[in-house]
Design a protein around this ligand. Structure first.
Ligand code: FES
Length: 566
């Protein structure tokens, strides 16, 4: 038998002794033989004092344990890495794959028949799903849920679209120090994840669309009682999956499920980071995410959810309007409702979707926020393997634009010069940041939202075309081209741009081009130094540097993908 406590015995060369020893030690915790004979549901604990977004995890764990025990199984909680956006240096993305490795290997190493993973802050759900796909044990995902909204002077506030907007006002001199401090205490009024359609909310919605979590689990606010009832239900379901030995992620993540997730990503006005994470998740399966197909979907799928930064509302409003099930219902034939889930099929979720009279957060197909999807995939001589723009959160007048390049060679260079009164920059220029990609920074920081140079901000400029090989927070607004691939540190054409070159953005034609002759570009390439900085000599930094894939492959490590490395 290889279930429950008998699974994955430690290697001593004598299986009977291995089990004897394991039971002897676990009995130190006071467990009875009856408890130890039950199917085991592992529960990941990602609570951390450094992760306020996961502040409700202890209460979620208690609810999951209750559900597991009500269903007659045995819950076992174990810690994994936790990553919070604003506490991770150099950037949380640098650690996503480490969390995925940790989670995958601890699921494999310890005896459990099913696992409940609890995550939420941006990189955690992707890391946990990547791990679950690779470990391929029956898995229930529980997002921690969004924060409730804040208020300031009669205005509704949300982290972190309003963090950026109001910081921009402060930089422009439109808000004084005392007021920005007051705002600082009101932007995040509860535990939970950012309550706009940032990366955390995007990934929670994608998780629900993939069928890996219970209906409504993406949107229930983090402090609400309903969040903990849903966790209890998740525990019960995980216990049943432990007995049934399925469904496993490999049974759920089919091409139909992955396509559904892409449709939802477009329809919610999701974060551009969601595309990288979904690419990485698909990369753990035998399927691949096709960027050209994703772009074709962007012409077909309307944005239906009216949430910041593309729209006006916040996650709790999305929840009260019917959440992801209602959205799936509105999307109609764009969604394959036969896609299997941990609880049945998406058809079950849609059948139970609530009809909320008068709600205007989840629009009908004939009354969309935008008739096209949230983001477009660009190509061109600046991005031979692609780039992305969230045009639903951009200035329409800048979507077809040519301008003079103002180049920053690195994050440090940008920080040193962007506010220099002597910087030669005008509102219709194109700000360029390079060496901020997966390998270059490293970890592809969310630096693609280049600040408007101070002198222009003070003159009232709110948006400019900005391009980079970096990522951007899903909470940000602007005409911003991201994930330029290959990145400049890997020899991508972004490395060849010089101040004063003309860059042309044409979102309708899906192009981003450097208007410089090919022979001049070839000459510049010859003059490039071999490498900007030496490879790290040891540790995780070296592993990262040697194996990180580009954005079009989800920035996974090459040896962690479905087919593994060379
Ligand atoms: Fe954790 Fe936004 S900082 S979700």
């Amino acid at each position: 038998m290889s279930d429950g406590l008998r699974k994955g015995l430690t290697s001593y060369g004598d299986a009977g002794f291995s089990l004897f020893l394991r039971k002897a030690f676990i009995k130190a915790m006071g467990y009875s033989d009856d408890a130890l004979d039950r199917p085991i549901v592992g529960i990941t604990n990602t609570h951390s004092d450094y992760n306020p977004c996961h502040g409700n995890v202890p209460q979620i764990i208690e609810a999951v344990k209750r559900g597991v025990m009500l269903a007659g199984a045995m819950p076992m909680v174990f810690p994994t890495i936790s990553i919070a956006e604003s506490f991770a240096h150099p950037t949380s993305m640098y650690l996503r794959n480490l969390m995925a490795m940790d989670t995958e290997e601890m699921i494999r190493a310890q005896p459990m028949d099913a696992v409940v993973v609890i995550g939420g802050c941006d990189k955690t759900l992707p890391a946990q799903i990547m791990a679950a796909v690779s470990a391929d044990l029956p898995t229930v995902v529980i997002p921690v849920g969004p924060m409730v909204v804040g208020h300031h002077k009669g205005e509704v506030l949300g982290a972190c679209t309003d963090c950026r907007r109001l910081w921009g006002k402060f930089r422009a001199g439109e808000m004084d120090e005392a007021e920005i401090e007051a705002v600082n205490g009101r932007l995040a009024p509860s535990v939970g994840t950012c309550m706009v359609m940032g990366t955390a909310s995007t990934m929670a919605c994608i998780t629900e669309a993939l069928g890996l979590s219970l209906p409504m689990s993406a949107t229930i606010p983090a402090p609400h009682a309903e969040r903990f009832r849903s966790a209890e239900q998740s525990g019960k379901l995980a216990a049943a999956m432990a007995v049934a030995k399925g469904p496993k992620p490999s049974e759920l993540l089919t091409p139909a499920a992955l396509r559904n997730a892409q449709v939802v990503l477009q329809a919610i006005g999701g974060s551009t980071n969601g595309l990288i994470h979904l690419t990485a998740i698909a990369g753990r399966t035998t399927y691949r995410l096709d960027l050209a197909a994703f772009d074709r979907l962007s012409r077909e799928v309307p944005v239906l959810v009216d949430l910041k930064p593309s729209g006006d509302h916040y996650m709790e409003h999305f929840h009260h309007a019917g959440g992801v099930p209602k959205l799936l219902a509105q999307l109609g034939e764009l969604i394959d409702l036969d896609a299997k889930t941990i609880y049945g099929s998406l058809r079950d979720a849609v059948a139970a979707a609530e009809d909320v009279p008068g709600q205007d957060v989840i629009r009908a197909r004939n009354d969309p926020i935008r008739s096209e999807g949230a983001m477009a995939v660009l190509s061109g001589n600046l991005a031979p393997r692609g780039a992305v723009i969230k045009h639903s959160a951009a200035s329409p007048k800048l979507l077809q634009h040519s301008g003079r390049a103002v180049v920053f060679d690195s994050l440090e260079d940008m920080a040193a010069r962007i506010d220099d009164p002597g910087l030669d920059v005008a509102a219709d220029d194109v700000l360029v940041l390079r060496n901020a990609g997966p390998q270059g920074a490293p970890g592809m920081p969310e630096a693609g939202y280049l600040p408007i140079p101070l002198k222009l901000a003070r003159a009232g400029v709110k948006d400019m075309v900005r391009i980079s090989d970096a990522r951007m927070s899903g909470t940000a607004f602007g005409t911003i081209v991201l994930h330029i691939t290959p990145e400049s540190a890997a020899g991508g054409p972004l490395a060849l741009v010089q101040n004063g070159d003309v860059i042309r953005l044409d979102v309708e034609a899906r192009r981003i081009d450097l208007m410089v002759e090919d022979d001049e570009l070839a000459r510049r390439r010859q003059a490039l130094p071999a490498s900007r900085q030496p490879a790290p000599l040891r540790g995780y930094a070296r592993l990262f540097h040697q194996t990180i894939l580009q954005a079009d492959q989800g920035c996974d490590f090459d040896f962690l993908t479905g087919q593994g490395g060379d």
